[in-house]
Design a protein around this ligand. Structure first.
Ligand code: ZN
Length: 265
């Protein structure tokens, strides 16, 4: 097997509670699950191309974009990282057509268990992709809103009682809080909302459980970067979130290397 091309974050599908991972590389898709337990060689040749315009760049912004795209595209605007700053509902966006398709669409506020309980926001169509990308073991829908902004307001309210970031070290070593009941966490969190925001609470209390293809979790992890090391030649022992986990406790965040030209053999 030999592939070469610009890589993008792994695509995923959830089948019977287990995640399948596919790595886009050039025009190909590598089924990564079947490489687990094997030695893999990844070689970064020093080239990066913007994942939007294709321009050759030496560093990326917002995980894969050139600076020009970063400061002009709607998908890299501040309302994407911080939904409460989205202004699409006021008719303000870098690209209103894009905003109609993306920001002014149903969103979920969710609670996920990746190490501890955290809150997050995602477009409704991105469930469960978003949960998988974050390495969540369990997730529950908390609220459904008609747009990104209101979801952001709910997230801000919940940030007072829980984190909004994944602790990636704990996630990758599988140090997950036990005795967490997401339905109970959801019931508790409702009290943090104003009456106005409570109307958006989601009735669906299904808890989605997600299992990752990992042979053995490392005790502690250290992250690899193609910026520091162009060749990786190691045994793959698992995949979780957007990370490849190797047998020497090193991990590689694929998403951080969006647009990097890599040879896989
Ligand atoms: Zn660009």
């Amino acid at each position: 097997m030999k592939f070469a091309g610009n890589i993008l974050k792994m695509r995923t599908s959830l089948k019977n509670g287990l995640v399948d991972y596919f790595l886009p590389i050039g025009n190909d898709l590598i089924y990564v699950n079947e490489l687990i337990g094997k030695n893999i060689k990844l070689n970064y040749n020093g080239n990066i191309n913007c994942i939007n315009c294709g321009r050759k760049i030496s560093k990326t912004y917002f995980q894969g974009y050139c600076y020009n795209c970063f400061i002009s595209l709607p998908e890299t605007d501040e309302g994407i990282l911080r939904p409460e700053l989205c202004k699409a509902h006021l008719g303000i966006s870098r690209d209103m057509e894009w905003a109609k398709q993306n920001c002014l669409q149903p969103h979920y506020v969710y609670l996920a268990l990746s190490s501890d309980v955290k809150v997050g926001v995602t477009r409704a169509t991105q469930v469960p992709t978003r949960w998988i990308d974050q390495g969540a073991s369990q997730a529950i829908k908390f609220a459904q809103t008609p747009n990104r902004y209101i979801a952001g307001l709910i997230e801000v309210a919940l940030k007072k009682i829980m984190r909004d970031k994944t602790n990636w070290r704990k996630m990758l070593t599988n140090k997950i809080a036990t005795d967490v009941n997401l339905i109970f966490e959801k019931q508790k969190a409702v009290f943090s909302l104003s009456d106005e925001l409570r109307q958006y609470i989601e009735n669906d209390n299904d808890v989605t459980t997600i299992n990752y293809p990992v042979i053995k979790y490392p005790e502690k992890v250290k992250s690899l970067s193609f910026d520091k090391q162009s060749e990786i030649n190691k045994k793959l022992i698992g995949i979780k979130g957007q990370y490849l986990i190797f047998d020497d406790s090193m991990v590689l965040n694929i998403r951080k290397h969006n647009g990097y030209f890599v040879e896989v053999g």
